[in-house]
Write a protein that binds this ligand. Structure first.
Ligand code: ADP
Ligand code: 5GP
Length: 216
């Protein structure tokens, strides 16, 4: 992944953070992602491609790029995805060009992808990736949140619940695991993680020059 200049107050060059948020569907990752994006002008969302049908209220190019299976397969064979996976009988993929463009513009990238995506991204970009997993306080509360969100049919909600336990079993593939009990508190913790990861020494490629300057 390319190095870049970041507009943090210290002005060191640093490597961009690939910040992954995963959770069982309904645990609150989109809510937290929205808050993070609103508070961080140097963070940009990676908008995935998917073959799943658009939900009411979703916007093509904003929530996802919605494509048919043929187009998705073509993109796979053209190596246009950094990672892709089957989720809920559909395919989802992270576009390589978008991520490279965001990093080259000096921003960090936010990913709302599942454990398969987190795993593939980690294989590819190792230390640049920060993986955060969000748990619901209980499965009962997860179910209530899916009902309250009112975006899915009962059958889809049942399928998401059936998958939740399997999703949760991948908690150990993450760097941070949090419980989204109170959304503001959980968001604050996620934001703190992002801020801390930005100043991790291994990302500060401009640090050596700064230290040399101090010693002059
Ligand atoms: P995900 O993106 O993980 O599928 P969402 O962010 O869409 O989940 O959240 C699912 C629903 O739960 C939404 O209606 C959201 O407003 C609500 N929600 C999220 N976090 C909390 C929380 N801590 N307490 C109560 N409701 C929450
Ligand atoms: P939904 O259909 O609810 O929007 O998303 C279903 C699941 O697919 C979520 O867990 C979401 O994180 C995951 N997902 C979305 N985009 C991608 C992607 O590009 N790659 C992978 N691996 N998972 C994704």
């Amino acid at each position: 992944m390319p190095h870049r200049t970041e507009n943090d107050p210290h002005k060191f060059r640093r490597r961009g953070v690939l910040f992954v948020l995963s959770s069982p569907s309904g645990a609150g990752k989109s809510t937290i992602a929205r808050k993070l994006l609103a508070a961080n002008s140097f963070l940009e969302m990676s908008v995935s491609y998917t073959t799943r049908p658009m939900r009411p209220g979703e916007v093509d190019g904003v929530d996802y790029h919605f494509v048919d299976l043929e187009r998705f397969r073509e993109m796979v064979s053209n190596n246009e995805f950094l990672e892709w996976a089957h989720v809920f009988d559909h395919r989802y993929g992270t576009p390589r060009a978008t991520v490279e463009k965001i990093l080259a513009s000096g921003r960090d990238v936010l990913f709302d992808i599942d454990w398969q995506g987190a795993q593939q991204l980690f294989q590819l970009a190792g230390g640049d990736v920060v993986r955060v997993f969000i748990l619901p306080p209980s499965l009962k509360i997860l179910h209530e949140r899916l009902i309250k969100r009112a975006t899915d049919s009962t059958a889809v909600i049942d399928a998401r619940m059936a998958r939740a336990t399997a999703e949760v079993s991948h908690w150990d593939g993450y760097d941070y695991v949090l419980v989204n009990d109170h959304v503001d508190q959980c968001y604050e913790t996620v934001h703190t993680i992002l801020k801390a990861e930005r100043v991790r020494r291994s990302r500060q490629t401009g640090l050596i020059g700064f230290i040399r300057g101090l010693n002059k």
